[in-house]
Structures are given as structure tokens and as C-alpha cells.
Design a protein around this ligand. Sequence first.
Ligand SMILES: C[S@@+](CC[C@H](N)C(=O)[O-])C[C@H]1O[C@@H](n2cnc3c(N)ncnc32)[C@H](O)[C@@H]1O
Length: 230
Amino acid sequence: MQRQPEPEWMDVPEEAEAYAEADFAQVNAAFVDRLAQLGGEYDRPVTVDLGTGPGDIPVLVAKALPTWRVIAFDVSHAMLVLARGAVVRAGMAGNIGLVEADAKRLPLASGAVDVVFSNSILHHITDNERLWREIRRITKPGGLIFVRDLARPADERTARTIVDQYAGTESALLQEEFYRSLLAAYTVEEVRGQLDRTGLGPLRVERVTDRHLDVWGRFVPQTRSVSLSS
Ligand SMILES: C[S@@+](CC[C@H](N)C(=O)[O-])C[C@H]1O[C@@H](n2cnc3c(N)ncnc32)[C@H](O)[C@@H]1O
């Protein structure tokens, strides 16, 4: 099935609210468990979350990894309003900074970040190479990159089955969003190509559930080989 892009930003307040109200408790907990497995040994890392949405994941990260401070970015003002509420309610305002910015053009110095994580933003972005290049630019050599996203199903029927199975009790708006997101998602092979083209070849990509893929690993700057032969 061909990829069918969807709008990049989730800036319509009703859409942001439907997303924030949906029950992602299990998938968010699984994400944070995996992040802790991959990077739990870090003490006070400079950490960024790209496309934080309603801020649920950085709140869970701050609870699970109390020495971590997370700078959470999103382009959507509507989402950041919801995220601010979640962070304050959780009493985590000292652990989490919220910044309105495009993940493809971040207000961060090169090599400034120890841990970059992101859940469910890649499928929003058609100019995905700009996102990967920006992740490469901000990450310290040896830093951890962990990106999880939806994986595009083989066909529309499978996408509908996944929506029914995992979001059957959610609002109609959320179900439609989920369906469109599955159609906009990339395959493992496409993501592999994106990484190879953007200097992130050493990262691993794997399908990890019936609807998710993971990209993870330590950032190894690629040195360009120079041929000395004439
Ligand atoms: C599906 S939500 C995921 C939210 C959150 N990561 C989670 O897992 O709950 C995708 C979020 O990515 C944001 N987003 C999309 N493109 C972005 C970009 N270029 N820069 C920053 N945020 C972006 C959207 O506004 C939206 O809030």
C-alpha cells in the first residue's frame, strides 16, 4: 500500500483534545520502559522529546527517571497548552521544559543532547530526511537516539482491523485520526533508507509490534572516506 501523507501539525484544538483524552496508558508505559532499558544508566542527561503532544510521555519519564530533565518540543500550540496542564498537574514543572518549535529546526546547539526520544511523530513528516538530519545534528557522539512510530500496514483492510482492535472504544474522531496515521506511516524498509541517506546508518530499525517500529542506538558520527588514489 502506498503511503498517504497526513497534515504535519496537530494544531486544531478539537483534534489535540481528542488525542489527549484517548487512553494511551499502556503504549506510553511500554515506551518509557524501553527508554529506561536503553538509557537508564544516564545520570542527568540533556534529554529532548520531539513532538511531545499532550506531554504524557515526558511526565512518565520524569517519574521513572528522576534525575532526568526533559525539554519537550512541539509545533502545535494547542498541544502545548494541554501539555502544560499535564506537567503542572503532575508537579513536574521543574523537570520538564515545554518549547514550541519545529523538530526539523530546533533551537539547540549542535551536539548538545545526550538522549533524543520521540513517539509517534515520524509519520506526520513527509520531509523526513530533515528530521533525521536535525536529530543527527543535535545529538552528542555516543548519545542515545530512540524513535518509535507506527508502521504502515500492508493494506487498508489491515489498518481498519488494527483501529478496531486497539481503538474500538475511542471517539470516532480519534479512530479516524489513527486510521489516517497508519496510512501515513513508513515501513521498516523506508525508514532504513532514510537513516542510510542521513548519516544515521548504524542505528537499528525493527518492527516491534503489529503496528509499531523502533529506531534506536548510539549516535556514531560517520567519517567520510576520502580516496587518495588519483
Ligand atoms: C501523534 S502525536 C504524538 C504525541 C506524543 N509524542 C505521544 O506519543 O503522546 C504527534 C505530535 O507531533 C507533533 N508534530 C508533528 N510534526 C512536528 C514537527 N515538525 N515538529 C514538532 N512537533 C511535531 C504534532 O503536533 C503532535 O503533537
